[in-house]
Design a protein around this ligand. Structure first.
Ligand SMILES: N[C@@H](CCC(=O)N[C@@H](CS)C(=O)NCC(=O)O)C(=O)O
Length: 215
């Protein structure tokens, strides 16, 4: 197979890159990583040279370019159908797609109000009603998925799927901003945070040199 390269942004800040990278890891496929530092004053590369949308992540394979984290994850699932990136059961798969899409298309208040900054610890952050509504809905999704007691692991549909990749940056945000989370939602958060691929990404984020003052 032609080599796959995933172009990502700074691990500490680039939540969409994290999603695609986790999906790539879970696919079991070999892939290379090219990191383009984002944000002033770190940016030295024109993203348009890599990405039709001017955004990361981008998957490169030969001449092929694929942007949009969810499309990248879908492509990886097609390349590695045995990896379980989507649940095998048709109804579970449909639900996994629904919650993954809900994240990809929504929760703008949370994404704007509590930006991903994995290294940071920001107790005392105050957020508005729109962010609180996003936080409530996300915990509802997590608890409903876990309440169905999916077999195969501690994730939303049991074993790790693209749905978990989509929510991984939210776990980082909830930790950074000390969002109160209890019960099944807390167990899910802890499992995702401790997942070896997530721990590897966070470890690398901690030692990155770049700082974005206002992510
Ligand atoms: N909907 C896109 C969002 C991609 C996106 O917004 N990426 C950010 C980094 S997390 C970016 O490239 N920003 C451009 C910049 O910082 O200049 C996806 O799912 O991949």
């Amino acid at each position: 197979m032609t080599e796959i390269t995933l172009v990502i942004g700074n691990r500490n800040y680039s939540s969409w890159s994290l999603r695609a990278w986790l999906a790539a890891r879970a696919s079991g496929l070999d892939f290379a990583v090219e990191l383009v530092p984002l944000g002033p004053p770190n940016r030295t590369v024109d993203l348009d040279a890599h990405s039709p949308s001017g955004r990361v992540p981008v998957l490169k394979q030969g001449e092929f370019r694929l942007w949009e984290s969810l499309a990248i994850a879908e492509y990886l699932a097609d390349l590695a159908p045995e990896s379980g990136l989507w649940p095998a059961d048709m109804h579970e798969r449909a639900l996994a797609r629904a919650v993954a899409n809900e994240m990809h298309a929504g929760f703008g208040a949370l994404r704007d109000g509590l930006p991903m900054d994995l290294r940071a610890d920001r107790p005392g952050t105050v957020w508005g009603d729109d962010v609180a509504a996003d936080i409530r809905r996300i915990q509802e999704i997590w608890c409903e998925c876990r309440a169905r007691r999916p077999a195969g692991g501690p994730f939303l549909f049991g074993a790790f799927t693209i749905a978990d990749a989509m929510y991984a940056p939210v776990v980082g945000r909830f930790r950074t901003y000390r969002v109160p989370v209890e019960g099944a939602a807390r167990d899910y958060m802890d499992a995702l945070w401790d997942w070896p691929a997530m721990a590897e990404w966070v470890g690398e984020a901690r030692v990155e040199p770049w700082v974005i003052e206002d992510p």
